[in-house]
Design a protein around this ligand. Sequence first.
Ligand code: FAD
Ligand code: NAD
Length: 454
Amino acid sequence: MNQHYDVIAIGAGSGGLSVVEKAAAYGKKAAVVEMNDDLGGTCVNRGCVPKKVMWYAAELAHAQVHARDYGFDLTPGKVDWTKLVMKRENLIDGINDWYRDDFLAKAGIDLIYGQARFLDAHTLEVRGERYTADHIVIATGSRPLVFKDIPGAELGITSDGFFELEEQPQKVAVVGGGYIALELAGVLNALGSDTHLLHQGFPVLIGFDAMIQQGLRKQMEADGITFHDNDKIASIEKQNNGQLTVHYQSGETLENLDQLIWAIGRVPNTDDLGLNTIGLQPAKNGLIDVNEYQETSVAGVYAIGDIINKRGVQLTPVAIAAGRRLSDRLFGGMQGRKVDYNLIPTVMFTHPPIGTIGLSEEAAREQYGDEVKVYQTDFNSMYYSFVKHKVKTYMKLIVVGKDEKIVGCHAMGKGVDEMMQGFAVALKMGATKQDFDDTIAIHPVSAEEMVTMK
Ligand SMILES: Cc1cc2nc3c(=O)[nH]c(=O)nc-3n(C[C@H](O)[C@H](O)[C@H](O)COP(=O)(O)OP(=O)(O)OC[C@H]3O[C@@H](n4cnc5c(N)ncnc54)[C@H](O)[C@@H]3O)c2cc1C
Ligand SMILES: NC(=O)c1ccc[n+]([C@@H]2O[C@H](COP(=O)([O-])OP(=O)(O)OC[C@H]3O[C@@H](n4cnc5c(N)ncnc54)[C@H](O)[C@@H]3O)[C@@H](O)[C@H]2O)c1
């Protein structure tokens, strides 16, 4: 039997769920196809949500040590990993139930289980059934890149495997230097694992402002993470006791690892989608090119979220914004409604967190040359005044032109994770340095330095 919809999204992740939610709100017949048992995609099940729970736990590990310096009579305890994981998974189960029973069912959105394949631009096949739609949205996201060309690479796990760990590794190597590598390394280190970061000569925090790159590295090292900068992995071997040994190309080794985590990037989920059938050719990196309205080169077929070929936008709120705006435009009569991919704020949940909006100083100088001026500060926030474990706060504003329009805002330190959203609004509205100067500070908080920087 052929069922026809106004819109079908492929993938029940951040992007796919948003597009059908909005379409249903406009009274349209919508369905979402999902091949996994869980709903909510990467963010809910293997990304933002479980990661943030682990980050909170790691923050608490630090706070216990700080509490002693504040006069609390306590001995910092180790986390019960099993209990933590159980609570985390219960939270995720609850979100899944909510998606199924409230989000989808109450809105009358059909959930089609299985892997979708295009038969033509308006027809999908899922488990032998055909479904047609006026509009089909590819929101299939990405999965961790698994290394194949190093002998023993399969002995390592990825971020997906990290969230399946039943025991805390005592000694662990994290390979990579981006969001996932640094976040996971930070969690493991704070919770007491002997943590080694192997970035094999690849840049750490690529694209971030140099102040953040250097500041975070310094802090992570001070907190006990060992950086192996240029050691290149030749092979990975399992020892008789089940632990792993990394053999470097130099002949040196890193031994007795309980786990090795590959965090070297992600691959788009475009294989087996039948894109050839509809004449849609992904870019060389496997991602899908779209125009500013999320339209692919095939009429009636759109792409949103991690799958699109744009750098630095693989974030949940970006996928959600794209899904909602696409439905606004297709079904809500809002012509011209689209995502502005400039000035997207982002926070990396390291210890301390880092937050960034807009251009790094390097990128601003490339774009605006001598018009660029930089305001910068670093300080010890009051929280750490009598705490032995010192964590510096860094802030930077990058401005251009005579009116000193702010094109970049970067911070690292306690509380910046909750601080950046408001500053993102200001930058989006075109704030200048003078606007910041004219804003009365809140005292005593770290954020006041943002409006008092000289
Ligand atoms: C460890 C980690 C931490 C992260 N932390 C953050 C964070 O703190 N903040 C943030 O903003 N972002 C974070 N992200 C990124 C965020 O998770 C993604 O940007 C977001 O999930 C992208 O949404 P999406 O809808 O494009 O794809 P996804 O959420 O990946 O959803 C795609 C869905 O499509 C399904 N699918 C794929 N192919 C098919 C098919 N052929 N048929 C049917 N279904 C299919 C998949 O099973 C999946 O459920 C994190 C990612 C990871 C891995
Ligand atoms: N807090 C957040 O918002 C958050 C958290 C996690 C992930 N994400 C999103 O997910 C995306 C994917 O994260 P990711 O960490 O997989 O990718 P990434 O692109 O952020 O980082 C990949 C890193 O691996 C390094 N690398 C590549 N090949 C390597 C190799 N062979 N050996 C060692 N290092 C190597 C790269 O230089 C880079 O630093 C991010 O770009 C981000 O958009 C966001």
